[in-house]
Design a protein around this ligand. Structure first.
Ligand code: ADP
Ligand code: ZN
Length: 721
């Protein structure tokens, strides 16, 4: 068992080198297992914080840690980031010039490196293995371990031989890490890497900071432009099914002034690298890509992922949306869902020769369709697919935030059925809708369908709404689309029940992206944040590293909130370790001070004195708020609650406010203590025309903003406000 001393040391490394105050779930246990010399298999979602799990023990244990990573570009990023924290790390791969490679090897052999990143084919070369056997190794870490499995989404043949390591180096602890949520792949990894006996660490695969949104695809370009409006100047990825769509969309976005670039396997390697690099360095904001744009994107501040077309499986959807929000800040995943795309993918699958594989793919696609059409919490469907249960609806997906309304559509269904029967099975959805809406186009006339009963029976309903109705009827099994006859609509056996008693309940058609809910603002000084971003870009440029290597968005957000103007305060910001404080502290402190003296900032401060009016009652609690409530119910104090989650007390207090507003009980009188009654009485007597900030400053009791809001929420909850 790792001793208390080992744990303390690990915390010290976490704070001094990386600038973080607390471990994320499981990190500490994993580090302890490695410190004990054990093998570990880590299953953690993207953004869960896998890297620290091997970086910290590699720094603490004697010898060098060998990190296997599949992509050369990723190695460089990781090593840049580590060096920026003052960690002795290097990489050894084919991108190095001979002289540099020699220098790296010399450092390695003289024991000067805590970590060496190596590509698998290099590692397993005879010469290199022989070298390794003579040196002291602290561990092997196999990052992106799913690359070893053919079942995974990113098989790499050069990974297969990594299984040999376990035999050649029986005494060196080995750690495999992956974000794959697919059980089949996981088993395969553990077998191939000979890690059956390794201790397994499985984290929840929920990504609470990603908001899942699905919208019916109508005019994709307009829909996407509308969506991008709320993510101006933010980075994101848009996935399309084909190269052609990628190129068209990229050009269209550029025409609308968006810094977008196309990325797919048909673009020459050199240009693709450039696109990737420009994205990483924030020169390009939006990447439009086929699935080929994948693992190379280790960018923490991707704020949104859009699926222009339906992905082929829930696994791909999860993987691709998972590229958003690695830094833990709010992000959105939007999918545009169109049945035409589903048919396109179905046709692609029909070309698969192996029958078993075809069956698997059809099943996977059907699950994806099910997810897209779900009228229940998306996160629940998503996690449920991977065998993880969610007790409560998530409160952070389109269905939870704006539940679809249902209505009795029996009359319309009867009309649709009649029309489908009358045209006798040779016509697709568009044609049926034209007939129902009473069109007199040439084709309808020619077929004499302007004479049938159902012609014009649904003229008062627009085409989009009809599409939604007919699609739902297909999904519910009343109609089917005959793929062999250009998706002609046919009535099924089930259709006989239409109009025969049970009402047909459908979801009400809602135009537009269902996103009329409030954006959860990050409450930071936006002006200062922008200045900090600019400074980071400048420093990154100077040192030739991606800007986020200097400081990531979480760190800059915290700086813009807390405005540290000396070393001591700066040290308290998450992500500011000793090395970065030394390197960048002065520049950022100077900027923050200068900003504090500026006119604009004074004005902003005056504005912020006004405590914002309470917003309407929220929809429910998100994951972190639920966790806060659970800890509160366990009896943790405010400070303990904050420490447990590695967040500030202010954040926890904010959660408390939300919790009360969501109608959950939290003992505010006990929390405020002996002054509670006084505050309540003074609030009742307060001048009804005074602003909240005036009321607050008139109180005889000193409350901070959050405490004050807590009391207000309480008054509202008990119905006196
Ligand atoms: P993964 O490899 O699992 O996708 P990373 O290791 O890249 O995740 O970590 C994601 C982000 O979270 C990084 O920006 C990292 O610095 C940050 N992070 C990791 N552990 C912690 C922690 N204990 N406290 C704060 N931030 C952390
Ligand atoms: Zn939900």
């Amino acid at each position: 068992m790792a001793t208390k001393k080992v744990r303390e040391q690990a915390h010290k490394v976490l704070k001094d080198s990386f600038g973080y105050d607390a471990f994320r779930p499981m990190q500490e246990e994993i580090i302890c297992a490695l410190m004990d010399g054990k093998d570990a298999f880590v299953l953690m979602p993207t953004g869960g914080g896998k890297s620290l799990c091997y970086q910290i023990p590699a720094m603490m244990r004697p010898g060098t840690g060998i990190v296997v990573s599949p992509l050369i570009s990723l190695m460089k990023d990781q090593v840049d980031a580590l060096n920026a924290c003052g960690v002795k790390a290097a990489y050894y791969n084919s991108s190095l010039k001979a002289a540099d490679a020699k220098e790296v090897l010399e450092r390695f052999e003289s024991g000067d490196l805590d970590m060496l990143y190596v590509a698998p084919e290099r590692l397993l070369s005879k010469v290199f293995l022989a070298k390794l056997q003579k040196l002291e190794l602290s561990m092997f870490a196999i990052d992106e371990a799913h690359c070893v499995s053919q079942w995974g989404h990113d098989f790499r043949p050069e990974y297969v031989r990594l299984g040999e390591l376990r035999e050649i180096f029986p005494d060196v602890p080995m750690l495999a890490l992956t974000a794959t949520a697919d059980e089949h792949t996981r088993e395969d990894i553990s077998e191939r890497l000979k890690l059956e006996k390794a201790q397994r660490f499985t984290a929840s695969f929920d990504r609470p900071n990603i908001r899942y949104l699905v919208a019916e695809k109508r005019q994709p370009l307009t829909q996407i432009l509308q969506f991008l409006e709320s993510w101006q100047n933010c980075s994101g990825v848009i996935y399309c099914l084909s190269r052609k769509r990628v190129e068209d969309l990229a050009v269209n976005l550029q025409r609308h002034g968006i810094r977008a670039a196309a990325y797919h396997a048909g673009i020459p390697g050199r240009s693709r690298e450039k696109v990737q690099d420009d994205f990483l360095r924030d020169r390009v904001k939006v990447i439009v890509a086929t699935i080929a744009f994948g693992m190379g994107v280790d960018k923490p501040n991707v704020r949104f992922v859009i699926h222009h077309d339906i992905p082929k499986s829930i696994e791909s959807y999860y993987q691709e949306t998972g590229r958003a929000g690695r830094d833990g800040l709010e992000s959105e995943a939007l999918m545009l869902y169109g049945s035409g795309d589903v048919n396109l993918v179905r046709r692609l699958i029909e070309n698969v020769e192996n029958i078993d594989q075809r069956r698997v793919e059809v099943h996977k696609l059907n699950s994806m369709v099910g997810f897209s059409e779900a009228l229940t919490c998306r996160r629940r469907v998503l996690l449920g697919y991977f065998g993880e249960a969610l007790d409560e609806p998530c409160g952070n997906c389109d269905v939870c935030l704006d539940p679809p309304k249902t209505y009795d559509a029996t009359e319309l269904a009867v009309a649709a059925l009649q029309c489908v029967r009358e045209v006798k099975g040779h016509f697709g959805m568009g044609y049926i809708i034209d007939v129902l809406r009473g069109s007199n186009n040439a084709r309808i006339k020619e077929n004499k369908h302007d004479k049938i009963k159902s012609h014009g029976a649904g003229a008062d309903i627009n085409a989009d709404e009809w599409t939604s109705i007919l699609r739902q009827m297909v999904h519910h099994g009343y109609f089917m689309q005959d793929v062999s006859k250009r998706a002609a609509m046919l009535a099924t056996k089930k259709a006989e029940f239409i109009g025969a008693g049970e009402p047909i309940i459908l979801a009400k058609y809602q135009p537009g992206i269902r996103r009329q809910f409030k954006r959860l603002g990050m409450a930071r000084d936006e002006l200062l944040f922008k200045k900090l971003v600019a400074l980071r870009e400048e420093l990154g440029e100077k040192e030739d590293v991606p800007p986020h290597v200097v400081f990531n968005d979480v760190t800059l957000t915290e700086m813009s909130q807390r405005k540290p103007d000396n070393d001591k305060a700066m040290r308290l910001i998450s992500g500011v370790g000793e090395h970065k404080l030394e390197a960048y502290g002065d520049a950022f402190i100077a900027l923050i001070k200068k900003h504090g003296d500026s006119k604009a900032s004074k004005k902003a401060k005056d504005d912020s004195k006004d405590i914002p009016m309470l917003i309407a009652k929220g929809p429910g609690l998100n994951e972190t708020q639920t966790y806060t409530l659970a800890l509160y119910r366990k009896g943790l104090t405010l400070a303990e609650n904050a420490a447990q989650q590695g967040v500030s007390e202010t954040t926890v207090l904010k959660h408390y406010v939300t919790i009360i507003r969501a109608g959950q009980y939290l003992d505010v009188p006990a929390y405020i203590g002996k002054d509670f009654e006084t505050v309540m009485n003074e609030l009742t007597d307060a001048d009804p025309y005074a602003s909240l900030s005036e009321i607050k400053s008139d109180l005889s009791v000193d409350l901070n903003n959050e405490e004050f809001r807590l009391v207000l929420a309480w008054r509202e909850a008990i119905g006196v406000a």
